[in-house]
Design a protein around this ligand. Structure first.
Ligand code: ZN
Length: 118
């Protein structure tokens, strides 16, 4: 069985410590329960938050995963800072601290012209 540590983590490094905690817990769970391992199919950022797609997780593991996901909303995806972290940026949904936010170019939003047809 492959460790979660070997699969791609499709998100910024700021969240890796959150995922590492979950991965370690799952690795030890799976070592102790080889007949009913927790399986994780994907780890990624979606709509500004961490997603961990899993099945067959025990209650304890599920709580750990939920906790990591909850923490991702308050943790900068780029640097891991937890100061001043917000999720919205014109057109993007990324969870970033103010410093990292400065380095991300906002998506260009084209203003819609309202045509009045008579
Ligand atoms: Zn940051």
């Amino acid at each position: 069985m492959k460790s979660i540590k070997e699969m791609p983590w499709e998100c910024g490094k700021g969240w890796w410590p959150l995922i590492e905690k979950v991965a370690s817990a799952i690795d030890s769970f799976n070592a102790a329960h080889p007949d009913s391992p927790v399986e994780v199919s994907q780890i990624k950022q979606k709509f500004g938050g961490l997603r961990i797609y899993h099945y067959n997780a025990s209650e304890d593991i599920r709580q750990l995963i939920d906790h990591a996901i909850e923490a991702s909303w308050h943790t900068c995806e780029r640097c891991g800072s937890i100061t001043g972290v917000t999720t919205n940026l014109e057109g993007y949904r990324l969870t970033l601290c103010p410093e990292c936010r400065k380095e991300i170019k906002p998506r260009v939003i084209t203003k819609r012209k309202i045509a009045i047809i008579r």
